[in-house]
Design a protein around this ligand. Structure first.
Ligand code: FES
Ligand SMILES: [Fe+2]
Length: 437
């Protein structure tokens, strides 16, 4: 439970808010590089932390991210002409380069130097791992980017896609770090325990539906250990990572060695871009694995995506959404899916959106299974307050190498510590094998 005031502080991300300032200290993944495929190609609308922005790739291949409204009289730069190293507003021809500097003002007298005094809002950008990243903070030299493993691998070893979710970012994060919903919300009926091979992670997950949670703070966020009974003398541990400011890493199942996680990037207080990230440190992601991503299901079938629009995140709106009750089917609820919503990814979105855009957290009743959620709120609120009160640099910002970690799943003798054993395998290094059962 949070107070009304805490709930607002946690949820609001716009300029000048406490959490908004906190987020602006980190590099933010804004869109895929492939959404701006060509030099001098069509600009793209972005909405990040409550700000409307326009991204474009200029003649030299550099990426500009500038305020949507032209500094002259506010026309949308989405209509701009992307030409000769800058984006030119089509209203009166003012042109801006990727740094936001006005470089041409053709409707003013040639002797005027007014243009040198006009600058559009512009943010530093980088391209890494097939992603365009934006730094919206106040440092003149942005911090070093976090060494997230998936952002440093060759593109064939990573799958990236997104879904726009119509609720507050923190509500979505809380769904992502809440392991205790998995057996319920994502449960399938009629799959008996006996059908799952004994001794596997899925077997132990099913066998013990009430895991115990432990949380350990790290420089880059925190690690969650979910403990289930395995055999007489052992526990099955699922070890998740949660990294500042909004990244999760989900423990793997089985031996494929694929890791996965999410980034929950706030578009505004009521909308979040949920990134789905899958990677394999030692081999390419197969076509079959890519096809499993919801956003790769095409725009034709009952599942899959709505036809793309030019709005912010316009490529990433799922066909199953609130307007059709996510195709909730009560017959299905009796016969196959516990939830009745016929898609695992959409089950999460459906239920998180069903709470309202920002749930009134003064009305909650939190139990022991909510340990990670309570921890997340406490740490994020404290870090955002410390930034405002005493200018304390938010955690992780200046230790980018510590982000080089993985999730893991393992069976350990009851006498062994999950943090000691986990630490041996959660470093994202080529010589460390993925720990997965
Ligand atoms: S509004 Fe953009 S040039 Fe006038
Ligand atoms: Fe889920």
């Amino acid at each position: 439970m949070l107070s009304q005031e805490e709930n607002e502080r946690l949820s609001q991300v716009g300029p000048g808010t406490q959490m908004g300032s906190f987020f602006r200290n980190y590099w933010i993944p804004a869109c895929l590089s492939e959404e701006l495929p060509e030099r001098d190609g069509a600009p793209v609308r972005l909405r990040l932390l409550g700000e409307d922005l326009i991204a474009f790739r200029d003649t030299t291949g550099d990426i500009g991210v500038i305020g949507q409204n032209c500094p002259h009289r506010g026309a949308s730069m989405f209509f701009g002409r992307n030409e000769e190293s800058g984006l030119r507003c089509v209203y009166h021809g003012w042109k801006f380069d990727t740094s936001g500097q006005c470089v041409d003002m053709p409707n003013e007298p040639p002797e005027s130097n007014f243009r040198s005094k006009v600058k559009a809002l512009a943010y530093p950008t980088r391209e890494r791992g097939g992603i365009i990243w934006v730094y919206m903070g106040s440092r003149v030299t942005p911090p070093v980017m976090p060494a997230l493993e998936w952002s440093l691998l060759p593109p064939e070893q990573v799958s990236l896609s997104m879904l726009v979710q119509e609720c507050n970012w923190a509500q979505a994060v809380e769904g992502g770090i809440d392991s205790s919903h998995v057996g319920f919300l994502h449960g399938k009926l009629g799959r008996t325990f006996a059908q799952i091979p004994a001794g596997t992670g899925r077997y132990y997950s099913q066998k013990d539906n009430a895991p115990r949670f432990e949380v350990m703070d790290t420089e880059y966020g925190f690690v969650i250990g979910a403990r289930r009974n395995a055999e007489e003398d052992s526990y099955y541990w699922r070890i998740s990572q949660f990294l500042y400011p909004f990244y999760s890493m989900i423990p793997p199942f089985g031996t494929a060695g694929n890791l996965s996680g999410h980034a929950w990037v706030p578009m505004d207080d009521h909308t979040v871009m949920m990134w789905e990230i899958e990677w394999n440190p030692s081999r390419a992601i197969t076509e079959e694995e890519r096809a499993r991503e919801y956003a790769n299901k095409g725009t034709e079938g009952p599942e899959g995506m709505l036809p793309p629009s030019t709005g912010p995140g316009g490529r990433w709106h799922p066909r199953l959404n609130a307007s059709n009750d996510y195709m909730l089917d009560y017959e299905l609820q009796k016969t196959s899916w516990f939830s009745g919503v016929p898609s695992t990814q959409i089950q999460d979105i459906a239920i998180q959106e069903s709470m309202g855009k920002i749930f009134d957290r003064t009305k909650e009743h939190l139990g022991t299974s909510d340990t990670a959620i309570i921890h997340f709120r406490r740490r994020w609120l404290a870090a955002a307050a410390a930034l405002e009160d005493s200018d304390t640099v938010p955690p992780g910002v200046d230790v980018p190498d510590t982000f080089s970690v993985r999730s893991a799943s393992m069976v350990l003798p009851k006498t062994e510590s999950w943090t000691a054993q986990g630490r041996r395998v959660w470093h994202a290094r080529p010589d460390v094998a993925v720990a997965s059962i």
